[in-house]
Design a protein around this ligand. Structure first.
Ligand code: IMP
Length: 204
């Protein structure tokens, strides 16, 4: 396993616009040249794994092999304690083919109400992000980050993406949907996974 070099091109193996925007912001200070899987016209592999780690690795490996370049993939999701960790690795799928996150947040709320989970302590949840760095030669490295908090309903705020408007991080009052990108990056699961990746593999 080698480090990435300054100016080297890194493929962002994601077709999710929200994730892409965040990872590009996080990589920006390191002087890497970044290209997205979408720009290269790479296909989106099926996420057949049952863990964030498996899915991150399969996306990064597919992009590295198809492009001949090192590739960084993110697999992430929201795990709700009272729902035994659902939607978890299926967080994108709960929004359906139309990517309707208002409906996905509504579905979580319906389940929480059915369980009588009205108090913050009964509505605990955490975001997980696993970043996988894969090289065309086959090496693959994984980095995990989490942020814990509680869910509110109705959703609040128009920033971020996915389940952000429903999630209030521990110790805070505003949802990720109400925070600026920099405020979210100061504590998010993705920024924490990225910090591990940057320390291990990015040029110092
Ligand atoms: P996947 O990693 O492509 O399977 O999709 C992960 C899904 O989890 C996204 O489509 C979002 O719905 C959700 N998710 C992951 N990270 C975040 C985040 O930072 N904010 C809100 N939702 C997220």
């Amino acid at each position: 396993m080698r480090d990435l070099e300054p100016g080297e091109t890194l493929v962002m193996a994601t077709h999710n616009a929200g994730k892409l925007r965040e990872i590009e912001m996080l990589v920006a200070p390191y002087g890497m040249s970044v290209v997205s899987a979408g720009t290269l016209g790479l296909p989106e592999p099926d996420e057949t794994g049952s863990t964030f780690e498996e899915n991150a690795a399969l996306k990064a490996r597919a992009a590295a092999l198809a492009s001949g370049l090192p590739a960084l993939a993110d697999d992430s999701g929201l795990a709700v304690d009272a729902l035994d960790g659902d939607p978890g690795v299926y967080s994108a799928r709960w929004a359906g083919p139309d990517k309707d996150f208002a409906a996905a947040m509504g579905a979580i709320e319906t389940k929480l109400q059915a369980l009588g989970a009205t108090q913050p302590a009964q509505r605990k949840a955490h975001f997980v992000a696993v970043l996988a760095l894969a090289f065309p030669e086959g090496d693959c490295d994984l980095f995990r980050g989490e942020v814990h908090g509680a869910l509110v309903y109705p959703p609040r705020g128009a920033n971020g993406f996915g389940y952000d408007p429903m999630f209030v991080p521990e110790g805070g009052e505003r949802t990720f949907g109400e925070m600026s990108a920099n405020e979210k990056h100061a504590m998010s699961h993705r920024a924490r996974a990225f910090a591990g990746f940057a320390k291990a593999r990015l040029p110092k």
